[in-house]
Design a protein around this ligand. Structure first.
Ligand code: NAD
Ligand code: DAU
Length: 357
């Protein structure tokens, strides 16, 4: 048996592929991993799979229909797990075009290829086939401080070019099920953190900047709230929905860990003070408040009761255990950090933050 994963060299995708082979229930299945290796894709995340015949890496683009058709014909996957996307909100504000291309046109192209493949399968394979779309809580927009958390029936109110492109892709997936019967599953997940997280996002950026003695840039007042989920919990949720989720349904996935950004940054500083004390003083001395993100969503919160009620999934990590593991991982993987801080990474940091951090 084989699955096709898109974007499996990125942060969550690479964790998903590694966890797939580590889980006894799925370890025997081949993964065909299609990734364009953009700035966010990193073959080094998958170095431990070198020479492993269960992992077939394909360097290619989800907008390439001919490539998709040939991969589907050759490998006949029983499922597609679709991670590939442009994923950083700040980059979508600087340049939304790539987000429309990959997240909207790419998802459309993949759906069409999947539909062609699925509709020609023999009955038993056709009944078993699944298209799992990995999406985000950002499609629901921003919550007032005391508003109830996002359920699966919350209105779509995306506010950034990134979340609008993901919302568009969710709508396409829904329509391909409704109109053509394609057996889709969608998960909308909150903020992930953990190993292999590219240091343009809040948690890894704060860790690598602190270790380099650079400023820790908090947008605005830093009281924006996110719900944080350790990445291996997201991967186990996807495996659960893929195995037992009801076709055509969406499932919200979250960590029950709502925290303001300021608290996240203070927690990271305290862990670094403990694990890698800096003779120059506590890491909080590096905190700096910078101009806010345009259109910055104030609060996200996920109500993850449906996936628990229907499928028995709950996160295994608390925020305390997950953030400690994450900080340790970055301390132990200085080579990986150095490897991703290439010229293009430095260009982004300069473009976005100016010369300061
Ligand atoms: P990422 O940016 O780390 O990785 C994206 C991967 O997709 C990279 O490996 C990149 O090379 C690949 N890719 C980009 N364009 C491609 C294309 N045209 N063809 C093929 N591959 C392409 O992203 P991530 O944080 O791992 O997120 C993965 C998915 O999960 C995304 O769909 C994102 O919207 C969703 N998501 C992310 C989070 C989060 O907190 N990071 C939370 C919820 C949902
Ligand atoms: O909610 C799920 C989403 O979480 C995913 O769909 C996205 O792919 C993922 O990037 C993430 O989006 P956010 O915008 O919430 O994540 P980010 O790490 O960029 O920012 C988290 C919060 O921290 C947000 O309120 C902005 C703030 N922030 C971020 C950076 C990079 C700062 O204060 N300073 C920073 O330098």
């Amino acid at each position: 048996m084989t699955i096709l994963v898109t974007g499996g060299a990125g942060f969550i995708g690479s964790n998903f592929v590694l966890d797939w082979f580590a889980d006894a229930a799925t370890a025997g299945e081949t993964v065909v991993n299609l990734d364009a290796l953009t700035y966010a894709g990193n073959a080094a995340n998958l170095a431990s799979l070198e020479g492993d015949a269960r992992h077939v890496f394909v360097h290619g683009d989800i907008c390439d229909r001919a490539l998709l058709d040939s991969l589907l014909a050759q490998h006949r996957p029983r499922a597609i797990v679709h991670f590939a996307a442009e994923s950083h909100v700040d980059r979508s504000i600087h340049g939304p075009g790539e987000f429309m291309r990959t997240n909207v046109t790419g998802t459309f192209t993949l759906l069409e290829a999947a539909r062609g493949h699925w509709s020609a399968l023999p009955d038993d394979e056709r009944a078993r086939f699944r298209f799992h779309h990995v999406s985000t809580d950002e499609v629901y927009g921003s919550l007032a401080p005391a508003a109830p958390a996002f359920t699966e029936t919350h209105a779509y109110e995306p506010n950034s070019p990134y979340s609008a492109s993901k919302a568009a892709s969710d709508h396409l997936v829904r329509a391909w099920h409704h109109t053509y019967g394609l057996p889709v599953l969608t998960t909308n997940c909150s903020n992930n953190y953990g190993p292999y997280h590219f240091p343009e996002k809040l948690i890894p950026l704060m860790i690598v900047n602190a270790l380099a003695g650079k400023p820790l840039p908090i947008y605005g007042d830093g009281l924006q709230v996110r719900d944080w989920l350790y990445v291996s919990d997201h991967c186990s949720a996807i495996r659960t929905v893929l195995a037992r989720g009801r076709v055509g349904e969406t499932y919200n996935v979250g960590g029950w860990n709502e925290k303001p950004n300021r608290e996240i940054v203070h927690t990271i500083c305290a862990l670094l003070d403990e694990l890698r004390p800096d003779p120059a003083g506590p890491y909080t001395r590096l905190i700096t408040h910078v101009t806010d993100r345009p259109g910055h969503d104030r609060r996200y919160a996920i109500d993850a009761r449906k996936i628990e009620r229907e499928l028995g999934w709950r996160p295994a990590e608390t925020f305390d255990s997950g953030i400690r593991k994450t900080v340790r991982w970055y301390l132990e993987h200085a080579d990986w950090v150095a490897g991703v801080q290439s010229g293009s990474y430095r260009d982004w940091i300069r473009t976005h933050y100016g010369n300061a951090p």
